[in-house]
Ligand binder design. Sequence first.
Ligand code: IMP
Length: 443
Amino acid sequence: MITAIVGNKWGDEGKGKIATRFTKDAKIVMRTTGGDNAGHTIIYNGAKIPLHLVPGGITVPDATAIIAPGTVINPTILLKEIELLKQHRVPGIDERLKLSGRAHVIFPFHIDADRLEEKVKKNPVGTTGRGIGPAYADRCKRTGVSIYDLLLSEDELCDKIEEETFLLNQNFANNGMADCVVDAKKLAHQYHLFGELLMPYIIDINPLLAKALDNDDNICIEGAQALMLDLFHGQYPMVTSSNCSTAGMLCGGALPPNVPMTIYAINKAYESKVGNGLFPTRLPSSTDFDVQPKELLPGDVIRENGHEYGTTTGRPRNCGWFDCCINNTGRTIMGPNYLCINHLDTIGKVGKILGSVKICTAYHYQGRVIDYFPDNTGLTKETPSPIYEEIKGGWDIDSSCESFDDLPSPAKEFVYIVEEHAHTPVKFLGTGPANDDLIVRDI
Ligand code: IMP
């Protein structure tokens, strides 16, 4: 049985919190797409461990943690994470962490290329600057270096790096970045050593997965990024460079689509976004101004109450009201069985400060009312204009709220409105920062 934890908006929905619930009973926990552009902090024996690549389920003592073929790996980051996990005495790292040899390598020149590509774009994406796009692009161009390639001889690896960087070096030289031109020999030496360090973890994951599927073991896929950042189905070009929607996650994980699976689509009770691109329900915020306004603006109120700063980049996130239209678009792409809504407590506090909580249930767009995120905004150049339902006031959720029935009525109304307009049942409600601050509905 597969449990897939997928991001349903623009990332940072709190997937880790829900994943923790399912990884407890999993034999296999997996990261299947993306790279160190993702980030979450796990708590182990009271200590906070920030991770970008290793699945959070690594702390489950007898789970095998797989980093799958669909990922792109910066070896420096991965080796640091392994070291950190060992320092915190997470048991059995060498035995339980498995890295697919088919994953691809992010080199420092990919990070430089990320910078260059953003620099020459009229409308930059606002990437995390981790070299994700350039590494996936090389993979598509079939010049990429896989993790297996790090195990080749140094000379063979050097040839591959030379091939991968042949055109890029010209771009660096022609665009004021001559200092980034790659010394393939030096890099091959360094990355060959990384290959030796990573060797104990590198495997062919297919036999392992075949056995798990034959035994009907629980497999938990810890999604990275989200629907609106998917390369094919998100808001192109303001997307990441992997298919981080549900089917893409299966593909990246070398898992077939016909396995029994439950898909939990993770949301917050409001929206947040880093990077550029349309955000219909975005609220004004002080980051819109060079001179800071004296009062907190609505977007700031959500950001400060929800602590919305990027885990990977520290960037302040833009914030806005919950958007059911995106959920509707996601129904066919993500296939959620259930929704999870984190930060139900936060939006209650925000409502108390701002006087009401709003939920976008439809858009005015091109003279019509629609209930989905249109795919031709690049053509029309029109930002869909939200139509809101409004719940007056806000609410407090304290530790006495243990079940859905205990919730204040406006908080329940919030959930009913989302269910009605997103056409998906809400199973989990995050009511505080701790993993246990979670109401599980019996539906
Ligand atoms: P990239 O993945 O670094 O190429 O960035 C592409 C876009 O995806 C940018 O808007 C990033 O801010 C966004 N992005 C990538 N990973 C995450 C994530 O884990 N959370 C939120 N946004 C992300």
